[in-house]
Design a protein around this ligand. Structure first.
Ligand code: FO1
Length: 305
């Protein structure tokens, strides 16, 4: 189960450890947004581009070797852009939007896009229904996720996070099947509120996870008192949690039987065990693909113990 860039690094590590064809990646769509009439699904694309090894490695999203001519030309009509859509990336959004308009489901189009990029793993949205994340920051009106994340660079104290549509969304059937049948279900080191929240907030997926708890492993996105990337630390603080792997473990305790935290946070192993979870420490900072692969091995081995 995956959000954006951090999850993609882990999934790449997994793909170096097991045959891609054995991987199902259930992806967050709460960040999806419409730009210039095009349906943009950043997390689905980040996972797909990473598995296809065409991602722009620097930021971890978008395509390598991009140009931004179309975005520049769009300025004439829409003003200065704040969301960086590259020329090649636009082809993906055009195709997705066209297929959705023809009536294809998001899961179907996602599978088509992944196949065209040569990805062997199954990449799927958690739901074909619309789930949208909104963030309320102190002193500002509630805003859609990408405005908070990209336009405002996640500044300010988070007061509430709303996942619109999650309560009524049905899971993508393949995602439900996958959780029920998989040898292991891994919650990637993603933001628990805005990346994993829109997935596990879907009732049937949550129930399936609970039933699979012994096979579910969650990895902490908090290392040494900070998010590895993004606003998870600010969100924890803003929503009244402590900023530690223990707070993450508390959020997942009913879903995951095993919790992986970083070696630097080994002092939390016992407190996490106190929540009724198995706990292991590992090197979770995936600075290279090799380190991501060794984390993937540790995670998979944890079930064999
Ligand atoms: N992130 C940014 O910080 N700035 C951008 O301009 C930006 C553009 C963008 C375009 C396509 C895409 O698939 C992702 C993009 N992202 C950008 C990343 C995206 O906002 C985040 O990775 C996720 O929404 C959070 O998981």
């Amino acid at each position: 189960m995956a959000g954006g860039v951090g999850a993609a690094k882990f999934v790449r590590g997994l793909a170096l450890t097991v045959d891609q064809r054995r991987l199902d990646v259930i992806v967050n769509t709460g960040d999806d947004e419409t730009f210039y009439g095009l349906y943009v699904s950043p997390d689905l694309d980040t996972i797909t581009y990473t598995l296809a090894d065409v991602v722009n490695r620097g930021p971890g999203w978008g395509l390598a070797g991009e140009s931004f001519n179309a975005l520049g030309a769009l300025t004439r009509f829409y003003g200065k852009p704040w969301f960086g859509l590259g020329d090649k990336d636009l082809a993906t959004h055009l195709y997705r939007t066209d297929r959705l308009r023809q009536g294809a489901s998001l899961s179907r189009v996602t599978a088509e896009i992944a196949r065209r990029f040569g990805v062997r793993a199954s990449v799927m949205p958690a739901s074909d229904d619309q789930v949208r994340t909104f963030v309320k920051v102190k002193g500002l009106p509630t805003m859609p996720f990408q405005q908070y994340f990209v336009k405002r660079r996640f500044r300010g104290a988070v007061e509430t996070i709303e996942l619109k549509g999650v309560a009524t969304a049905s899971p993508c059937p393949a995602a439900l099947r996958s959780i029920r049948q998989a040898a292991a279900v891994i919650i990637a080191p993603s933001n628990p509120f805005v990346s994993i929240g829109p997935i596990v907030g879907i009732k049937k997926l949550r129930e399936a996870l609970r039933s699979a708890r012994d096979r579910v492993i969650a990895i902490s996105p908090i290392v040494g008192g900070k998010s590895v990337k993004g606003p998870a630390d600010r969100m924890l603080r803003g929503l009244g949690h402590e900023v530690s792997p223990l707070a993450i473990a508390r959020l997942y305790r009913d879903l995951a039987g095993t919790f992986v935290l970083d070696n630097i946070d080994a002092k939390y192993l016992e407190p996490v065990r106190g929540l009724g979870m198995r706990a292991i420490a590992a090197d979770t900072v995936m600075a290279t693909a090799e380190r991501a692969a060794s984390l993937a091995s540790v995670v998979l081995d944890s079930l064999a113990r």
